[in-house]
Design a protein around this ligand. Structure first.
Ligand code: PMP
Length: 279
């Protein structure tokens, strides 16, 4: 495994950054998780566009421009010779002093890791999964906009712990107003009367690449797909529900907080979307 750090490649055991890096000290940084399918990087431009938006929002100036970043990712994939895998692109504020002041960090750290993908069991896709609603609320857009894909995942991790304590893979997170935002590492969709509904960015959802891909596929299939404010009631009474994410792709949900969704099996529209996504 060859890991890219600031323009150089290192073996796994030598790929190290400073303990003074503000990514470590304060979670001051951003990242992207990207898939490689059949040797090709999936939606790289879309991921990089989101990365540069995250950087802009936190006033992090990147040492590479868009084309250079694209080249660095593709070069790291090539060197690692992966036909199927996962790319973790991380940008931290860089090395600084022990205080939080970002101005003490002279240059951002760019890290690119290409690894195998940890796939979920096929059963999740065939039978669907049960999820719960977390008691922890998604950080509100006026505190730290969830559209910023930052290295601060403690909010999500607290909700993930609740999911795990309940024996579930995922948990729904509500925003401060009580509307559905997203899951801890996935976006959420429901199907109601043949229409796809999913929370918007201002509801507290990440602008998911898989979410956008599903919206696009829905359009191609002639289905209506809209962003909408959703409550727990909307989830419980949905005809179908599924989660989307780079790692998860599309996972059907069959139970939320003990309420059976639809007939308790992955829905027909969900299955159609999975089929199209896998093409
Ligand atoms: N929400 C959160 C909080 C995430 O971390 C992710 C990425 N794992 C997603 C949604 C899904 O986004 P994407 O489809 O771009 O992976």
């Amino acid at each position: 495994m060859k890991i890219y750090i600031n323009g150089d490649f290192f073996e796994r055991e030598n790929a190290k950054i400073s303990v003074f890096d503000h990514g470590l000290l304060y979670g001051d940084g951003i990242f992207e998780g990207i898939r490689i399918y059949q040797g090709k990087v999936f939606k790289l431009r879309e991921h990089l566009e989101r990365l540069y938006k995250s950087a802009k929002a936190i006033m992090l100036s990147l040492p590479l421009n868009f084309e250079e970043m694209e080249k660095a990712v593709l070069e790291t994939v090539k060197i690692n010779k992966k036909e199927a895998g996962y790319i973790r692109l991380i940008i931290t504020r860089g090395n600084g002093s022990l205080g939080i002041d970002p101005a003490t960090c002279r240059q951002a750290t760019v890290i690119i890791i290409v690894d195998d993908i940890q796939l979920y069991p096929a059963e999740y896709y065939e039978k669907g999964i049960k999820i719960i609603t977390a008691s922890v609320r998604r950080i509100s857009v006026d505190s730290l906009d969830p559209r910023i894909k930052s290295l601060n995942y403690l909010n999500n991790i607290l909700a993930k712990l609740e999911a795990q304590n309940a024996g579930c893979l995922e948990a729904v997170m509500l925003n401060k107003e009580g509307f559905v935002a997203e899951c801890t590492g996935d976006n959420i969709f429901i199907v109601k009367d043949d229409c796809l509904l999913t929370p918007s960015g201002s509801n507290g959802a990440l602008d998911g690449i898989t979410k956008n891909t599903v919206m696009q596929i829905a359009g191609e299939l002639g289905l209506h797909a809209n962003e909408s404010a959703l409550t727990q009631y909307d989830l419980y009474t949905a005809d179908e529900c599924f989660l989307t994410g780079t790692g998860a792709e599309i996972i059907p949900v069959i139970d939320i907080d003990g309420r059976t969704i639809g007939n308790g099996h992955p829905g027909e529209i969900t299955k159609k979307l999975i089929n199209h996504f896998n093409r």
